[in-house]
Write a protein that binds this ligand. Sequence first.
Ligand SMILES: [Zn+2]
Length: 166
Amino acid sequence: MGTSLIDTSFNFGYNTPAACLAMAGRLTTWDAVRKFIFAGNAYFTLRSMKTGTRFTYRVRVRQNNDDGKLIHFVSLLRGPNNDEDYAYMGCIVNMTDFHMTDKSRLSQKAMSMTAWMWMYALMLHDQPMPALLEIWHEGRCGRCGKRLTVPESVVTGYGSECTLML
Ligand SMILES: [Zn+2]
């Protein structure tokens, strides 16, 4: 895969409405990305600066982790309602490898899946962040998913109450 992914025209994504992007904030380091996507209820977008194509994902922590495994579920936004129209992609166990499962609703070959797995592997292995990849939070708190309303929260990606809990 490598960097060839961002040379390819994405054509599968659902474009986030511009109005939503107004409150979005860019995550510029892997540390910031890692913290955000594992915070509990994270909505974020990958954007190719080369093609402008973007995919929006949601990563939610499983509420019941009684079996000792920390599970995060990864989904793709693929409809106009960015509260509801998510397709399950797979899960992450204990913040390490991402796995597709029987319930995954996307093919491994879908560009949205390839883009996610590519970004995630780079993050996991602390590879250099690609210059042509932008990662944005969607103006919602990464921990609880509520919309952020004050500028300081938009900068960090967390509401003031959740900031104290992280
Ligand atoms: Zn919150």
